[in-house]
Design a protein around this ligand. Structure first.
Ligand SMILES: NC(=O)c1ccc[n+]([C@@H]2O[C@H](COP(=O)([O-])OP(=O)(O)OC[C@H]3O[C@@H](n4cnc5c(N)ncnc54)[C@H](O)[C@@H]3O)[C@@H](O)[C@H]2O)c1
Length: 411
């Protein structure tokens, strides 16, 4: 069985060409290069055309799926195979499952870009064109894409810009200079703010435990961040640190456990519950600074997704997981940069919602977590192994060095 494929893009310096050839060899098939035109400059794409020679239909089917993920598409274009869903929340078994990379579908004689790109979704053909949809959001009668032959994926290519994302992405190493990363990210944040682009932060309670809460609050106060995705604990310990000077009962100044400090996060929850909400506590003047103060009083969109280990939870915590996921997706929509600070749970949850072209910075002390988060098959993901409190304070100092009028910290 033969089939002819085409691929265009930065195939050589992004390492896509060897991946294409290797996958064919690994599957025991053969190829014959029909044409290859290498880009003459850094910006010029290359063009590849090859014949795939397979022993069986099964091999051809399996390899086609893999080659599509690497950006290959069939030379003889065929219309996407569409089947109707027969039941709410389920699709025909041969459905196409999405990646987080930019994707097009060949429909009505032209390539059409898929909207709301994210990984682990299906593609539904609507009146507006093809759209990514979660399985549970598919409705009976929806038109679902069921073939990969008519799909074109744009795998990540090496970044053409000369910034930190072009020279530090791909691998994660604790030897990397955090200073360099801090300076570049601070510059990126300033550019985002100047251009009115959206930055979203994902953060866990370790931010507060490590003394980074004040610095993160300052980034919200300075207008550098437009959304917060977290769980119950970030807000609980932030409020504990503001009201009682401890985080998980540990004195924020001395680093020593305090007498009966183990009650302190419950006292924080109790105070908020007494007022009825974080907003009401702020309104009453009981909460006057901190991350949640900056976020709530500035009406910055946020979601505290609850989990099984939560104390309380705070009245604002969203205990319905489906609603929390939907709210996360709504807040992160349109973001061009997402900063993930020491929350494996919420960072992975958010990462799954993001298309691969959104700039993502993940800071965690554990290299394995950083690798998992930064390895989204994206040239736009940067992993930094660092103590998050240290990182955030350095980032805040660097950001406000360029904008001294905002430098007076409230928290
Ligand atoms: N009292 C509470 O209600 C309570 C307390 C804790 C957690 N929780 C909830 O449990 C869930 C999971 O919590 P999570 O996000 O903290 O846990 P997580 O395990 O998902 O993530 C914590 C991350 O922090 C990293 N980390 C640890 N020390 C660090 C440091 N010094 N610098 C940088 N990174 C560091 C770890 O490597 C890990 O990846 C959340 O929903 C949270 O709200 C609730």
């Amino acid at each position: 069985m033969n089939r002819r494929f085409v691929s265009d893009g930065h195939l050589v310096d992004s390492g896509i060409l060897p991946k294409i050839l290797n996958v064919i060899i690994q599957e025991g098939a053969e190829y014959r290069i029909v044409a290859f035109k290498i880009g003459q400059t850094n910006l010029q794409p290359s063009h590849l055309e090859f014949e795939l020679l397979c022993d069986s239909d099964e091999q051809l089917f399996s390899l086609t799926k893999k080659l599509v993920q690497l950006g290959c598409y069939e030379k003889t274009l065929s219309e996407g195979l569409i089947r109707r869903s027969e039941i709410d929340g389920a699709v025909p078994d041969d459905f196409y499952s999405t990646t987080n990379h930019r994707t097009e579908v060949y429909l009505d004689g032209r390539w059409q870009e898929v909207a709301n790109q994210r990984m682990d979704g299906v593609i539904v053909i609507t009146d507006r064109g093809p759209e990514c949809r979660l399985l549970r959001d598919v409705r009976k009668g929806d038109r679902v894409l069921c073939s990969s032959e008519s799909v074109r994926v744009f795998p990540p290519e090496r970044d053409r810009q000369s910034d930190i994302f072009s020279f530090m992405t791909g691998e994660v190493s604790s030897e990397r200079s955090v200073d360099v990363a801090v300076a570049e990210i601070a510059e990126d944040l300033a550019e985002h703010r100047a251009a009115g682009r959206k930055v979203v932060v994902v953060a866990g309670p370790v931010v507060v435990h490590t003394g980074g809460g004040g610095a993160l609050g300052d980034l919200f106060r300075g207008g550098y961040v437009q959304g917060l995705l977290a769980g119950n604990a970030l807000a609980v310990h932030d409020i504990e640190s503001v009201l009682l000077g401890t985080s998980l009962g540990v004195d924020m100044k001395t680093g020593r456990p305090t007498h009966e400090g183990h009650r302190n996060h419950l006292r924080a929850i109790n105070t908020v519950a007494t007022y009825g909400s974080i907003a009401a506590a702020i309104e009453a003047g009981a909460l006057t600074r901190g991350i949640m103060y900056e976020v709530v009083s500035r009406r910055i969109p946020y979601c505290l997704a609850a989990s099984i280990r939560d104390d309380g939870p705070l009245p604002e915590a969203e205990t319905d997981m489906i609603k929390a996921q939907a709210r996360y997706a709504e807040i992160v929509k349109g973001a061009t940069m997402v900063l993930m600070f020491s929350s494996m749970l919420h960072s992975i949850g958010t990462g799954n919602m993001l298309p691969s072209w959104v700039r993502t910075v993940c800071v965690d002390i554990n290299p394995a977590v950083v690798t998992k988060l930064a390895d989204r098959g994206s040239s736009q993901a940067l992993g930094i192994v660092s103590d998050v409190g240290f990182f955030l304070r350095a980032l805040r100092d660097q950001v406000f060095r360029g904008a001294p009028e905002k430098a007076e910290s409230r928290s």
